[in-house]
Design a protein around this ligand. Structure first.
Ligand code: PMP
Length: 453
């Protein structure tokens, strides 16, 4: 490989150099042609040819505020001028201000914070804390879930990405329960007659596994399909955990910060987890911040015991100051309320697509967080592709459609056999229309492959 001096890289070679020198993640390397993006503003980003793209999934469901919010940008510069770095043993203005904001906004009872630099390491902290405090090892997770990419968090992940770590991951103490999916129940029930059998299943697991420290859930499953539990599920799970003295960990890395029309997804059911992890929207991803928040009761365990955890970049001032600015902007612009207000319009538009396209099996979502689930056959609910196809590198129908949408200027996240519609919370109805119209145009690809009803 030739080695250009970094100062003389031509605009044309940016994509190529990136591709040749960087890993493309969660994909086969062959065929990765990273788009060279030079600017982003609001709900849009721009490539090096000046073409604009509507960001229909907020860059991995992160940029809830939209791109280039001037106040957040200024807060990064301000924090750099004030105090770019102090190690984790010190108190800083940014650390105290963010902690005070969190006490105001997090579900009641979550009062002790460990700041990280990603959702993955927020979950790693949660697992360690749960195990250290309870003295137990097992954590019940669910199959259709994603919790991160490092050793324990990928082992906690229910989808097949955990295979990369097996068999080593098998020793990590995670056991799996079926996910809650009322469109296609993995244990064959139909809501509401099921009496929330998926929660009872976890009760059964706790009693039979023994040594269970915690139950780990994405309150609304994110990447794996925006699965909304029935209203009884999380309160019932809370009650089961309490009955067995097992901790409840809510992974709100994707669902936190207004995405669902409340600050946190658990707020929809007024459920208080013992540990809540989050990242992404906490800074709209302008700077990398994750959070593991626990109850004071859990933290008190360490008053007279060694808290055996920490990172050099933990509570990094450059991440904390902009988090305060992000949250203040969300409050100033009333974006959490806005996500809830936009929900009916988004739902109506997507339900409209469902009546038109035989390849749509179901549309589910909340706030500005929806999935459009494609099926080959509406009666059997068989998807076009499975997670296995994805990890084996087979071409996916949803990816073909997303590529066509991209050509039309709409960046749409596709995953296995669904799309995750999750634009920045500042999105307008006109912008939603632009994105959904592109999906509408290209669903013909899937319709042609589906069983006509
Ligand atoms: N948990 C959930 C629910 C997520 O959606 C993600 C990221 N998509 C993670 C954990 C991992 O976060 P990160 O990529 O910031 O490490």
């Amino acid at each position: 490989m030739s080695q250009p001096a970094s100062s003389s890289i031509s605009a044309e070679s940016i994509s190529e150099l990136t591709r040749d020198t960087n890993y493309g993640t969660w994909r086969f390397q062959k065929g990765w042609k990273p788009l060279h993006v030079v600017d982003a503003e609001g709900c849009w980003f721009t490539d090096d040819a000046g073409k604009r793209y509507l960001d229909m999934s907020s860059q991995l469901m992160c940029v809830n505020l939209g791109h280039k919010n001037p106040r957040v940008i200024e807060s990064i510069a301000e924090q750099a001028r004030e105090l770019p770095f102090m190690g984790p043993a010190y108190a800083t203005n940014a650390r105290a201000r963010l902690s005070a904001k969190l006490l105001e906004l997090l579900p009641a009872g979550l009062e002790k914070f460990f700041f990280t630099t990603s959702g993955t390491d927020a979950n790693e902290a949660a697992f360690k804390i749960a195990r250290m405090v309870t003295g137990k090892n097992k954590i019940i997770s669910r199959y259709r879930s994603y919790h991160g990419s490092t050793a324990a968090s990928i082992a906690a992940t229910g989808d097949l990405r955990r295979w990369a770590m097996e068999p080593a991951g098998k020793g990590m103490g995670f056991v799996f329960a079926p996910e809650t999916n009322c469109y296609k129940c993995p244990i064959g029930h139909t809501y509401p007659g099921c009496n929330i059998a998926c929660a009872d299943y976890i009760d059964h697991m706790i009693r039979n596994e023994g040594d269970v420290a915690a139950v780990l859930v994405e309150p609304i499953v994110g990447t794996n399909g925006v699965l909304i539990p029935p209203p009884e599920y999380l309160p019932k799970l809370r009650e089961i955990c309490d009955r067995h003295s097992v901790l409840l960990i809510a992974d709100e890395v994707m669902t936190g910060w207004g995405r669902t029309g409340k600050w946190f997804a658990v707020d929809h059911w007024n459920v208080k987890p013992d540990i809540l992890t989050t990242a992404k929207g906490i800074t709209s991803a302008y700077v990398p911040l994750g959070l593991c928040a626990t109850t004071k009761k859990l933290a008190d365990y360490f008053e007279d015991r060694y808290f055996s955890h920490g990172h050099t970049y933990e509570a990094h001032p450059i991440t904390l100051g902009p988090a305060v600015a992000t949250i203040e902007e969300m409050q100033r612009l009333a974006l959490v309320e806005r996500a809830a207000e936009m929900e009916p319009y988004l739902r109506e538009r997507l339900e409209g697509l469902k009546t038109k396209h035989v390849s749509i099996g179901d549309v589910h979502g909340i706030g500005l967080f929806f999935a459009v689930e494609l099926v080959k056959n509406r009666t059997t609910k068989e998807p076009f592709n499975t997670m296995r196809d994805k990890v084996e590198g087979k071409p996916l129908v949803v990816d073909q459609i997303a590529a066509k949408m991209m050509a039309d200027g709409v960046a749409q996240q596709s995953w296995v056999s669904h799309f995750v519609i999750a634009p920045p919370l500042i999105v307008t109805k006109e912008e939603l229309d632009f994105g959904i119209d592109a999906l509408d145009r290209h669903l013909a690809i899937a319709d042609a492959l589906a069983v006509q009803s």
